[in-house]
Each structure stands twice: as structure tokens, then as C-alpha cells.
Design a protein around this ligand. Structure first.
Ligand SMILES: N[C@@H](CCC(=O)N[C@@H](CS)C(=O)NCC(=O)O)C(=O)O
Length: 303
């Protein structure tokens, strides 16, 4: 398994993120700015480059839809496949801003000596031609706080009083579940895989217990914690179970998690973001994990 990355502004098509024991190590993202003040004049200035397949971008798309920001920020979707040249655009999924072929061109437009992965999501400032931020956990907070004034729904996913608790739980579930699925799937030794898959399922059991008497993960309202965890749950049976071998059980066999997931999907703004075809296309075409890139017919609805 290898993806490309930029090194001093040049594309390097083989790069893996593993230590010598076969553990998957995710590289930190590089653009970590924020936006301090937005006015009506900034309508159309910002773009979000995302993939419906990517779970980190999925967080951002959910916040975008929940806040109804489509009149203020534009969404640009990449083709649901990471090629040897990284994320790319096609006639069906064009870059409506610059008509680029590859997402890496956007990174180079921001920093022509960039070294790092070319990932989605990206929050792009088209006035200053820079990437503001490419870390999902930051972008969802920026949308929630800075863009909320231009939202017609005014949902607050990070209420001030719960801010620290929400961040703590996002970090907890990132290690326990979101990224644990990746550590399992990208393990390069039997030993690492077995350790990872077991600890992942211990965490899923704990989550199932926790959800036995509640609708949301924190208090009794939808928050950034639910939005951050949900993309992993939505990919579990349709992709992680097969491609990442997270297969001690299917997620639908965890009764409370399944109920929680389906209840969140009843929200039309969330349902609109769940694209089974893009998820399967992305994961089943990951180089090395599924050599013939056959996309399975089932399950079709994540259940
Ligand atoms: N920490 C980042 C991770 C983003 C990320 O890894 N995105 C993947 C897609 S799921 C990506 O774009 N990978 C392309 C690559 O690594 O070349 C975030 O949460 O935004």
C-alpha cells in the first residue's frame, strides 16, 4: 500500500506511513490557520475541497449541510479514487474554481515548495489563494464558529460550555475508533493487525453499552462528537469490514450503535451526505488492499 505525496513541491508517487514494526502512522496535516472575521463581502471567497468517500472530509460535509452554508461557501468534490497521482478531477467531478486536473495543484498554488500529503478536506481561500486549513477537526470548528452568522439553520455543534468536553471526546474516539479502523486495515504484520482489531472491538463494545440509554454522545443534543465519529460508523459494514478486515462482527450486530447511527441518518442534512457508491469506490480501490479493485455488490445501505 502506498500513496504519493509532495516533497519540496515535487510529486513522489510512493510513500508509506509505517514504522519498522508494521504499525500505521498518520502524518500530521500542515495547514493550520483559522479565519477570524467574516463579512458579507466574503460570500463566494471560500471553497471546501472534499470527497464523499473520505471519512475526515465527511465530517466537514456534514457540518456544511447542517449549517446550510451552500449560499456562502462552495463545495468541490474530487473523483472518489486516490490515483498514483493523488486526488483528481474529471468532467463529472470538475474543479469549478481553477479547472485543475489534480488536487496537488491546489497545494502548490498555496505553497510551491510544499512537503506533505495531499489530502482532503481543504478549506481554501480564493482571494488570498492559500489553504487556510486541511485538518477536519479544525475545519468543522471554523465552520461552526466563523460561518454560523451566514447559516440559515444556526445549529451550534460546539456550545461554549461543552467545548472542552467535546474536544476531549473527539480525540478519544479518534484514537479508539476512527483512526483505529485505519491502524487495523493498514497494519503490515499479523501481530499488529490482531492487536489492533481486538482493541477496536473492545472500544465498539464499550460504545454500544454507552449508547444503550442515550441518543447522542454528549448531553442530549447533536454535537461535534457525533459528527466526528459518525463517518467511521457509516463506513464500517460497507468498507472497513471487507477492505480493512475489521470483521470480528458487523457493526449492525451492535444493537445500540446501529440504532444511534440510523437515528442520526434520519436527519435529511446528514442523510444527504452519505454516498455509499463513493465510499466503496474509494476503499475498494486502495492500492495493495484489494488488488483487482472489484467493488462488492453488498451491503448496499450500510446495514
Ligand atoms: N488528519 C486529516 C486526515 C485527512 C486524510 O487523511 N484524508 C485522506 C482521505 S481519507 C486523504 O486525502 N488521503 C490522500 C493521501 O494521503 O494521499 C483530517 O482529519 O483532515
Amino acid at each position: 500500500m502506498s500513496f504519493g505525496m509532495l516533497v519540496d513541491g515535487k510529486w513522489n508517487s510512493h510513500w508509506t506511513e509505517h514504522d519498522s514494526n508494521g504499525n500505521f502512522l498518520r502524518m500530521n496535516t500542515k495547514f493550520s490557520n483559522t479565519i477570524n472575521y467574516i463579512t458579507e463581502n466574503d460570500r463566494g471567497r471560500y471553497y471546501l475541497y472534499v470527497s464523499y468517500g473520505c471519512p475526515w472530509a465527511h465530517r466537514v460535509i456534514m457540518v456544511y449541510e447542517l449549517l446550510k452554508l451552500d449560499q456562502f461557501v462552495k463545495l468541490i468534490i474530487v473523483e472518489p479514487h486516490i490515483s498514483d497521482d493523488g486526488w483528481y478531477f474529471t468532467g463529472e467531478y470538475p474543479d469549478i474554481r481553477y479547472h485543475m486536473h489534480y488536487l496537488r495543484e491546489l497545494y502548490l498554488r498555496s505553497d510551491n515548495q510544499y512537503t506533505g500529503r495531499v489530502t482532503v478536506p481543504v478549506l481554501w481561500d480564493s482571494r488570498d489563494e492559500v489553504i487556510v486549513n486541511n485538518e477536519s477537526s479544525d475545519i468543522i470548528k471554523i465552520l461552526n464558529s466563523q460561518f454560523n452568522e451566514f447559516s440559515t439553520s444556526h445549529i451550534d455543534l460546539f456550545p461554549v460550555g461543552d467545548y472542552a468536553a467535546i474536544n476531549n471526546q473527539i480525540t478519544y474516539y479518534y484514537h479508539a475508533i476512527n483512526n483505529a479502523c485505519y491502524r487495523t486495515g493498514f497494519a503490515k504484520s499479523q501481530h499488529v493487525y490482531e492487536l489492533e482489531v481486538r482493541s477496536l472491538f473492545i472500544e465498539l463494545e464499550a460504545l454500544d453499552c454507552k449508547l444503550s440509554d442515550r441518543e447522542y454522545l454528549l448531553n442530549d443534543q447533536l454535537s461535534g462528537v457525533d459528527i466526528s465519529l459518525l463517518p467511521a460508523l457509516l463506513r464500517f459494514d460497507i468498507a472497513y469490514y471487507g477492505v480493512f478486515k475489521c470483521n470480528l462482527k458487523m457493526l449492525k450486530d451492535f444493537r445500540n450503535i446501529e440504532r444511534y447511527k440510523n437515528r442520526l441518518l434520519e436527519n435529511p442534512a446528514i442523510m444527504k451526505t452519505f454516498n455509499v457508491g463513493h465510499i466503496k469506490s474509494l476503499y475498494y480501490k486502495i492500492p495493495g488492499l484489494n488488488p483487482n479493485a472489484i467493488i462488492p455488490s453488498g451491503p448496499s445501505d450500510g446495514g
